[in-house]
Design a protein around this ligand. Structure first.
Ligand SMILES: Cc1cc2nc3c(=O)[nH]c(=O)nc-3n(C[C@H](O)[C@H](O)[C@H](O)COP(=O)(O)OP(=O)(O)OC[C@H]3O[C@@H](n4cnc5c(N)ncnc54)[C@H](O)[C@@H]3O)c2cc1C
Length: 380
């Protein structure tokens, strides 16, 4: 896919979003560094961010969205991550909710889409379970048909937005196979419990407990039994966004490293003037640029309607591992200051270490890429 310059409209949208984020979101992200943002506070933020097009950027105008491209969405999303990976992660799941609602029954879509687009409700995508991580096909959460309803029971884990969530898009196993179904916390009931992590603790990653929730069959998203195929499609888009999480983290690490290297003096000159530091900065920029271009290629292919599972796996694997290396170099470049809470780079490194895990680990991406190239599956 040839490189395309951003259009004037894209540049304008990005510029005004960046100004807003710096003025209104960055101070709150700083205030809540390593502290949980309560739901109502997070809702205020998601509602403000929604005015700039996220989470409804790529949703058709007919459904109340902006009708913009995935490429534009990726550019806006990078700005949000560079400001706060925590808040971006929360908005990313709301993007997942709006994308899934497109395939909901009209009455379900009409009920939830306006609030989802406005950032008023929080959504979670629930696949993982205590015994089901990389092996999605072995998922256990049961949905038993009872007339016009399903009775759903099971436990989900690592669920982003879990404690915030008003609705779950839950992958369940029924007699026809895996399916997606919308579960409303107030109407059908489920419990959530937050999980403490090494970073990204300003937003929620949670366990979800569903006990005999009685959910109308009309809440199915797509057709019953088509959940695995739909999940794979969702992953394509999701993996480029997870890669973009790492792009935003790297960008913040590089910006901090450039500023520090021009200020800190050793051996009578700023450390930027030492060749090994210059090489570090150059390599960080190369990793960032390569990762961004790989993610943008996926967005461009999705815009063109071309399936790109392998390219999405490449972008996710490369960008998320690159960010770990870039952030480690950023800490090293800051010397002793790099490991203190006075500077951001230690937090960025902790965040970077997390991102190679969700939406398919690096190892799973490698298996997908190799399968696409050799035609031989090594999933054992
Ligand atoms: C911050 C965060 C947010 C998340 N958000 C969500 C969410 O919103 N919704 C959701 O459903 N899930 C979510 N997840 C879960 C995530 O998708 C899983 O953690 C991931 O799929 C890995 O599963 P696991 O943790 O059970 O690891 P396991 O599958 O147990 O893997 C353990 C290790 O073994 C490796 N491994 C496994 N199988 C193979 C194989 N065949 N060959 C080689 N190596 C292998 C893995 O790469 C890994 O290194 C989130 C996870 C994190 C960390």
């Amino acid at each position: 896919m040839p490189y395309q310059l951003p259009t004037e409209d894209q540049n304008l949208a990005v510029e005004s979003f960046r100004k807003f984020l710096q003025a209104e979101i960055k101070p709150i992200a700083r205030e809540y560094r390593d502290r949980f943002i309560p739901k109502e506070r997070m809702r205020e933020l998601t509602q403000r961010i929604a005015e700039f097009g996220l989470p409804g950027c790529t949703i058709s105008v007919d459904y109340g969205g902006m009708g913009w491209s995935f490429t534009t969405q990726g550019m806006l999303f990078e700005e949000l991550v560079a400001c706060s990976c925590d808040i971006a992660l929360c908005v990313m799941l709301n993007m997942g909710l709006t994308a899934m609602l497109v395939n909901a029954r009209p009455e379900v879509r009409e009920r939830y889409m306006p609030d989802a687009l406005a950032g008023k409700i929080f959504g979670s995508i629930c696949i993982s379970e205590p015994d089901v991580g990389s092996n999605v096909a072995e998922l256990k959460t049961r949905a038993v048909r009872d007339g016009d309803h399903f009775i759903i029971s099971g436990e989900k884990t690592w669920i982003t937005n879990g404690v915030y969530s008003d609705v779950l898009i839950c992958t369940v196993r029924s007699e026809k196979g895996l399916s997606h179904i919308l579960i409303d916390r107030k109407e059908h009931g489920y419990e959530s419990r937050n999980i403490e992590k090494i970073a990204l603790g300003s937003q929620s990653t949670a366990q979800i407990f569903i006990t005999d929730a009685r959910v109308p069959a009309t809440n199915l998203i797509g057709e019953e039994g088509e959940g695995l195929r739909n999940t794979m499609k969702v992953f394509e888009n999701a993996r480029a966004h997870v890669g973009t999480l790492s792009v935003g983290i790297m960008r913040a690490a590089l910006e901090d490293s450039i500023a520090y290297s021009k200020e800190r003096k050793q051996f009578g000159k700023v450390i930027a003037a030492h060749q090994l530091i210059a090489a570090k900065i150059a390599n960080m920029a190369i990793m960032l640029d390569a990762s961004r271009l790989m993610c943008q290629r996926v967005f461009g292919l999705i815009d063109a309607g071309v399936r790109c599972d392998m390219e999405a796996s490449m972008a996710k694997a490369f960008a998320t591992e690159a960010a770990v290396k870039v952030c480690r170099d950023a800490v090293q470049l800051h010397g002793g200051n790099g490991i203190t809470k006075e500077f951001n780079v230690e937090r960025l490194l902790r965040e970077a270490i997390i991102i190679p895990i969700p939406d398919g680990t690096t190892e799973i991406q490698q298996l997908i890429i190799a399968r696409a190239l050799t035609g031989v599956a090594a999933f054992v």
